[in-house]
Design a protein around this ligand. Structure first.
Ligand SMILES: O=C(O)[C@@H](CO)OP(=O)(O)O
Length: 246
């Protein structure tokens, strides 16, 4: 990373722990609430951001309540309730298809070990898909009625997830950052990995080991070319490592 002066800061945040994170279930586009711990994590993230002197001009989040609720709790902790918030389905988590709702072991019993392992290790592997008639398929849900059905997945590889968010990243998010706006993006583990790949020019293999922990603000300082100068996780100012280099 270069040492030029920062144009702006961008904060990426995975929502607080959800009930299915806690139970070890594949979640994807299933709309699951935060757990009690998840709510605490979200409030703590807001208070750490505030204590570290962060503020924002615009927030982006997904169509899923675990991300939206996290963002609302952060805004409230930072007393930034009036900020403009853009919700977009393209910031939803990778769609896990027929794996959604299953625990790891249940999924292996149902589909075999390789389909489960490959979709976690290979960036182009697609999990077992939902059928088009399945009520869980996004095209059968009212909330996605305004989206072109051809764009809505039945399951996604990591690369398909990256391709789906690309137009939003290129045409909406990057222009806001170029104007010097301070952005907070509250989204999901795999979706955030695809943003990290694009920001840092990493391969899926390089990003696979990057921990995207629930409720931990990942801060980027960007130069005028929008290249990352520094990346770090924010922790409470009174803890030993105020800034942890990522
Ligand atoms: O969908 C899921 O199972 C998890 C991990 O991929 O994502 P999230 O960040 O939404 O908990």
């Amino acid at each position: 990373m270069s040492t030029d002066q920062a144009l702006t800061r961008l904060v990426l945040l995975r929502h607080g722990q959800s009930i299915w994170n806690h139970e070890g279930r594949f979640t994807g586009w299933s709309d699951v609430a935060l757990s009690v711990r998840g709510e605490v994590e979200a409030k703590q993230a807001g208070s750490i951001l505030k204590q570290c002197g962060f503020t924002f001009d615009v927030c982006f989040t997904s169509e899923l309540k675990r991300a939206q609720h996290t963002l609302a709790l952060i805004q409230s902790a930072m007393q930034l309730d009036q900020l403009p918030v853009y919700r977009d389905w393209r910031l939803n988590e990778r769609h896990y298809g027929a794996l959604e709702g299953l625990r790891r072991l249940e999924a292996v019993r149902k589909f075999g070990i390789w389909p489960i392992l490959s979709c976690q290790l290979c960036s182009d592997a697609i999990p077992p898909m939902l059928t088009t008639e399945d009520p869980r398929a996004p095209a059968n849900q009212m909330r996605y009625a305004s989206i072109d059905r051809a764009c809505l997945p039945l399951a996604e590889s990591l690369l398909q997830t990256m391709n789906r968010v690309q137009p939003l990243w290129r045409d909406t998010i990057l222009p806001e950052i170029r104007q010097g706006k301070r952005l907070l993006i509250v989204s999901h583990k795999n979706l955030l990995k695809t943003l990290v790949m694009q920001l840092e020019g990493l391969t899926p293999w390089q990003v696979i080991r990057l921990p995207i922990t629930t409720g931990k603000p990942l801060c980027y300082e960007l130069d005028i070319q929008l290249k990352p100068i520094r990346r770090y996780y924010l922790t409470a100012p009174d803890s030993q490592s105020f800034r942890t280099q990522g």
